[in-house]
Design a protein around this ligand. Structure first.
Ligand code: NOJ
Length: 539
């Protein structure tokens, strides 16, 4: 049982953190959308899986223009998901099972329904209410062109005009106005928000768009060929002052509370700057997630990551998928496994069996590397990207804002299959349709089907997490590359543990004097087949 501040205060350096995409995890009240009741009912599943913590995507009051990343009230739970009391109960129950709870916090922007934005609309140009956001006059004779050329990450311009003629900045959907982080009230309000939730027992925050809060205040055009290391709307040096401020808030609480950044930046060194000892504790390693199925790329990114993290004393992190990217089973199952072409490859042929084999190997790779590991719900079931959601059911604002050219992120957000032979696979009561349709093929991928099957992805994850927890050489510490055939990754952790990942096209023999602790696959003669990984005990 964890009490606030109990346990190892540096747990996060080697943790396995499971991402709960709340609306698709489990539907406790039978309305087709996942909720807090659903999570509470499934906490034993997460405990038995063997993770250390859960990160729950935004649960705040929201009109849901971007699945909760448009927050209208940071101090309450959206009724779609439950109540504040249920959140308190969830935190207490998770702690009683030894699980920590991380919430998402969204500081770059709020909802256009947030009372501050509504007040800003009413107050008019030049008001203190508007100074909490980025309101500007437009360009051109009648001010009818946006103040600059910044694009919204979801497509179209990052500016929308209001009735009195001013424009406001939104880096994402128009329903998500960006806060002005040069404004002292904005800073103070977020310190209050952090304390509100830390006081309720939360173990930390996953920080949305942590690279993007601060904008260059003269809002210059980006131009057509920007320097990725010097953008006016991302990774500004002043953003680090915000993280130092937040770190002080968190450090006022018993040790073990963490700040985890969603940081999309141009290099491993830029990422590491967010992880200096007085800033964030951890950040997602997107360079690793973006690797193709290629030994050289993986090795390069692993080396760069470790080299960049060491000087700041931060642990590395390893992540394969999340609610914003094409699931890695699908990425790895295609002829072109590169990340950047993943969305444009919608509906290209995908060998799901190959993708699953590689995903099994990738799971063992990530869990053997030094640092912490993030698991996106469904990774442990080998779920793939669902590409045949009917267009009229798509909910991601990217679909609309891209002028219906980018099918967006719904395909990785489809509700989990828990059991049964047909949708909703135990996600909702049988008569209820989940908010996104599940493929009927998931009958073979439910928790119930995989449970107890030693060859399943679920049992592989369970065993790997169990060994990882018990093995002193795993988690945070050093690794050493070992000699290996071409396109094979081989490294040791400590004196007696090693991991081999075969990305070549031929079977590789096991090294001498080793015993297999765990294998994603073995060939009939006991070798490591292509697209497989093993954990070995060295004699
Ligand atoms: C990153 C989140 O992960 C994504 O889902 C969201 O749409 C954007 N930030 C905007 O909040």
């Amino acid at each position: 049982m964890l009490q606030s501040g109990d346990g190892r205060s540096d747990w996060w350096r080697s943790a396995a953190i499971y991402q709960v995409y709340i609306r698709s995890f489990a539907d406790g009240n039978g309305d087709g959308v996942g909720d807090l009741a659903g999570i509470r009912a499934r906490l034993p599943y997460l405990r038995d899986l063997g993770v250390d913590a859960i990160w729950i995507n935004p649960w705040y009051r929201s009109p849901m223009a971007d699945a909760g990343y448009d927050v209208a009230d940071y101090f309450d739970i959206d009724p779609l998901f439950g109540t504040l009391t249920e959140a308190d109960e969830l935190i207490a129950e998770a702690h009683a099972m030894g699980l920590r709870v991380i919430a998402d916090v969204v500081p770059n922007h709020c909802s256009d329904q947030h009372e501050w934005f509504q007040a800003a609309l009413r107050a008019g140009a030049g008001s203190i209410e508007r100074d909490r956001f980025w309101f500007r006059p437009g360009k051109g004779q009648d001010g009818d062109s946006p103040p600059n050329d910044w694009p919204s990450s979801f497509g179209g311009s990052a500016w929308t005009r209001v009735d009195d003629g001013e424009w406001y900045l939104h880096s994402f959907a128009a329903e998500q106005p960006d806060f002005n982080w040069a404004n002292a009230e904005v800073r103070a309000e977020f310190r209050r928000i952090l304390r509100f939730w830390l006081d309720r027992g939360l173990d930390g925050f996953r920080i949305d768009v942590a690279h993007g809060l601060v904008k260059q205040d003269d809002l210059p055009d980006i131009g057509s060929d920007p320097d990725p290391l010097d953008l006016p709307n991302s990774d500004r040096p002043e953003v680090h002052d915000v993280w130092r401020e937040w770190r002080k808030v968190v450090d006022d609480y018993p040790a073990g509370r963490v700040l985890i950044g969603e940081v999309w930046v141009a290099s491993a060194d830029a990422l590491a700057r967010y992880l200096r000892p007085d800033e964030l504790h951890s950040a997602f390693n997107f360079d690793f997630l973006r690797c193709s199925w290629d030994a050289r790329q993986f090795r390069q990114v692993i080396d760069d990551t470790l080299a960049a993290h060491a000087p700041v004393g931060a642990p590395a992190s390893w992540v394969l998928s999340n609610h914003d990217v094409t699931r890695h089973v699908s990425r790895y199952g295609r002829a072109d496994t590169s990340f950047d072409s993943a969305t444009s490859q919608f509906s290209t042929p995908t060998d799901l069996q190959l993708g699953i084999r590689r995903a099994r190997a990738a799971a063992l790779l990530t869990m053997a590397l030094p640092g912490c590991v993030y698991i996106y719900q469904g990774d442990e079931l080998g779920l793939w990207e669902v590409e045949d959601i009917p267009d009229e059911l798509r909910q991601d604002p990217v679909w609309r804002r891209s002028g219906f050219t980018d099918r967006g992120r719904d395909g990785c957000r489809v509700p989990l299959p828990w059991g049964g032979e047909e949708p909703p696979f135990g996600f909702s009561p049988d008569t209820v349709e989940p908010w996104l349709p599940q493929p009927s093929e998931w009958r073979d991928r439910t928790v119930a089907t995989q449970n107890g099957d030693p060859g399943s992805m679920l049992e592989l994850y369970r065993m790997a997490l169990r060994i990882r927890r018990a093995e002193p050489a795993l988690g945070d510490d050093t690794m050493t590359w070992l000699p290996a055939p071409q396109n094979v990754l081989a490294f040791s952790r400590g004196d007696r543990f090693s991991c081999l990942v075969n990305l070549s096209e031929t079977t590789v023999e096991l090294p001498e004097r080793t015993v297999v602790l765990l294998a994603s696959a073995l060939s009939e003669d006991g070798g490591i087949p292509p697209d497989a990984a093993v954990w070995l005990r060295t004699a």
